[in-house]
Design a protein around this ligand. Structure first.
Ligand code: HEC
Ligand code: HEC
Ligand code: HEC
Ligand code: HEC
Ligand code: HEC
Ligand code: HEC
Ligand code: HEC
Ligand code: HEC
Ligand code: HEC
Ligand code: HEC
Length: 326
């Protein structure tokens, strides 16, 4: 019922007579690729349980037949092999839920191949999975940053030889992310970091890796602040006296992945403050630090620095809290 696609190996296996017929089909595919993928996508939406039909004219032969030749693919483990659940591949079409109907392949394994995940495009590979995984966590997969950049389900998951939970290709989530986002993952080893290393949080606590309607694939909130205060509720406000940058974005001052400064600040105090407050009355400038010992400003750069006095840095609810002192 899905649009039949002609694979290279399929063409090679055809007898000359069928070239004429298929030539027309090939031309149609070649000249209207956009329309074809559009149709395929629509078919997918309308019938989420659509068959993965890749080899034209092939029919389903059942898992037992596949295993007759591919014994080593048996029992790949995980929820997919739970035959009692009719929604799983094992409870349904078996191998062919993902690889497509295999009769022609079984007839001539050398020439006709069913779906080969390492040979098709990322979107074709993912389509084999999104024929079932369309809702919940996966509802926003289509056109998510990962999908858009040709990262497919099987870039992160391995069905036959997973190394970690959730059929991940790597032993842990952070190891997996590090294979592409090394710089971000490095940050969690910094002196101050989100407790990802300690297993209190995972990358997926804040991000929905499978796509989200929010910025940076964040799970909560349409902006960064809303994401932060979904856990740090006490920073939500509203405050009688707001501190402008806090209401604007937490990441102006904090690095959400980790930093070498206290409280994951993007710069040390007082510099973090002086990025903006260089012209105000009393804060010492960077240069005043040289005269720290004699300067009456010394108290502004020792200890918790500016926060010695400006304790309510995120905002104050005290009637006298204009200067964020209490
Ligand atoms: C008659 C034996 C036989 C049967 C039945 C069979 N296969 Fe195969 N299959 C092979 C052989 C042999 C190859 C390797 C062909 C080659 O290397 O050119 C192969 C290759 C494949 C490949 C490609 C492997 C790669 O390296 O990319 C996939 C995927 C596959 N089979 C899946 C299936 C599925 C799914 C079924 C059941 C629908 C099935 N096979 C049934 C013999 C069989
Ligand atoms: C025929 C439908 C179907 C297809 C096709 C399918 N899945 Fe699943 N998958 C399921 C069901 C059902 C579950 C169990 C989910 C549950 O109980 O919430 C599952 C579970 C999973 C899990 C969790 C596994 C575990 O053991 O914890 C992962 C990861 C997953 N699928 C990835 C994929 C990927 C990647 C593909 C494509 C290569 C894919 N699935 C194709 C139906 C399918
Ligand atoms: C849930 C989807 C799914 C099911 C069910 C499934 N496969 Fe696969 N298969 C894949 C994906 C994805 C790959 C790419 C490699 C990987 O993820 O491990 C693959 C790779 C393969 C390969 C290529 C060789 C390799 O190791 O990469 C063969 C052969 C194969 N599968 C055969 C089978 C057979 C036989 C069955 C049934 C017993 C089966 N598959 C069931 C998704 C599936
Ligand atoms: C960038 C890596 C990555 C990609 C791409 C990816 N996943 Fe995942 N997936 C993960 C990680 C990490 C987890 C475990 C953490 C979590 O639950 O979010 C997971 C969990 C899952 C689970 C089990 C938990 C759940 O959501 O129910 C399923 C099923 C799943 N993925 C299916 C898919 C499918 C289908 C695709 C493609 C449409 C896909 N994944 C693409 C990394 C990825
Ligand atoms: C505490 C929540 C949180 C955790 C945990 C977290 N992130 Fe993020 N991540 C964010 C926020 C917020 C942003 C947006 C930052 C911005 O806009 O400057 C972001 C941005 C990103 C970006 C995009 C960077 C860019 O420059 O656009 C990537 C990639 C990323 N995170 C990967 C990861 C990985 C990998 C992990 C796990 C090691 C992880 N994140 C853990 C909150 C988090
Ligand atoms: C196979 C490579 C690959 C893997 C593995 C991978 N990503 Fe990505 N990720 C990408 C690419 C490519 C982008 C797009 C970057 C861009 O557009 O600048 C991206 C973007 C992101 C973004 C930014 C989204 C945005 O809106 O800007 C986040 C957040 C993210 N990934 C989180 C993760 C997490 C968490 C993991 C681990 C579970 C992970 N990624 C694993 C390749 C990968
Ligand atoms: C999923 C929940 C969650 C989200 C979302 C979250 N955090 Fe956290 N945050 C935590 C946890 C848990 C800790 C560790 C608390 C502890 O160890 O007592 C923490 C600690 C912190 C710390 C203190 C670090 C230290 O040195 O004590 C800062 C600062 C922080 N988060 C800022 C942010 C910012 C900014 C955001 C948004 C980008 C954010 N958090 C989003 C859960 C979250
Ligand atoms: C103007 C810079 C700035 C902005 C913007 C900012 N913070 Fe902070 N944050 C700080 C400083 C400075 C500290 C250290 C306070 C101290 O040492 O007393 C801190 C400490 C924290 C802490 C740990 C200590 C505590 O008070 O619990 C958390 C959690 C935190 N911030 C969350 C957030 C969240 C969530 C946002 C966004 C709503 C945010 N911050 C925006 C400067 C900022
Ligand atoms: C991104 C720029 C930025 C950063 C960084 C920043 N502030 Fe502010 N701050 C502002 C703005 C804008 C206002 C509002 C000024 C106004 O209303 O005139 C403000 C207001 C204040 C006020 C109240 C001023 C008044 O007139 O009532 C204090 C006190 C203050 N900031 C202290 C700090 C401290 C301490 C830090 C370092 C932790 C800091 N700020 C970091 C931009 C910043
Ligand atoms: C010893 C206590 C103390 C320290 C340390 C301190 N402040 Fe203040 N700050 C005050 C007091 C008190 C006021 C209120 C003055 C007023 O209400 O007239 C104030 C007012 C401010 C204001 C608003 C008025 C103005 O001057 O524009 C800003 C901005 C400010 N401080 C920034 C900082 C920064 C940045 C630092 C760190 C470099 C810092 N303060 C360190 C006590 C302190």
């Amino acid at each position: 019922m899905t649009f039949p696609k002609i694979r290279g190996s399929g063409i090679r296996s055809m007898r000359p007579m069928s070239w004429l017929v298929s030539g027309v089909l090939v031309a149609a595919v070649a000249f209207a690729p956009a329309a074809v993928s559009g149709q395929a996508a629509k078919a997918q939406k309308a019938a989420p349980k659509a068959d993965v039909a890749l080899v034209a004219g092939a029919t389903y032969i059942g898992e037992e037949t596949c295993l007759g030749c591919h014994e080593n693919k048996k029992g790949s483990g995980g929820l997919h092999t739970k035959a009692a659940d009719a929604h799983t591949p094992a409870g349904g079409k078996g191998c062919e839920s993902c690889h497509g109907p295999g009769s022609k392949h079984a007839d001539d394994p050398e020439k006709v191949k069913p779906m080969q995940f390492n040979k098709v495009s990322a979107s074709e590979a993912s389509a084999a999975c999104t024929s079932c995984h369309t809702s919940g966590e996966h509802a926003f997969w289509a056109n998510s940053k990962h999908d858009a950049r040709s990262v497919s389900c099987s870039s992160c998951h391995s069905i036959h030889s997973p190394k970690g939970a959730n059929q991940l290709k790597e032993a842990s989530q952070t190891k997996l992310c590090a294979s592409c986002h090394q710089q971000i993952v490095n940050k969690i080893t910094r002196f101050n970091h989100m407790p990802v290393r300690e297993d209190k949080l995972a990358c997926s606590s804040c991000h929905n890796i499978h796509g989200s309607p929010n910025v940076k694939m964040l799970r909560a909130g349409t902006n960064v602040d809303e994401s932060c205060v979904s856990c740090h509720q006490e920073k939500r406000g509203p405050y009688l006296w707001e501190h402008a940058p806090v209401a604007n974005s937490c990441v102006t001052c904090h690095d959400p992945h980790g930093s070498s400064n206290d409280r994951m600040l993007v710069a040390k105090a007082p510099y973090i403050c002086q990025r903006c407050h260089v012209t105000s009355r009393h804060p010492p400038t960077i240069y005043d630090a040289f005269v720290q010992k004699t300067s009456t400003n010394a108290n502004k750069i020792t200890g918790r620095s500016c926060m010695n006095c400006h304790q309510q840095i995120h905002g104050s609810n005290s009637p006298n809290g204009k200067a964020l002192l209490r």
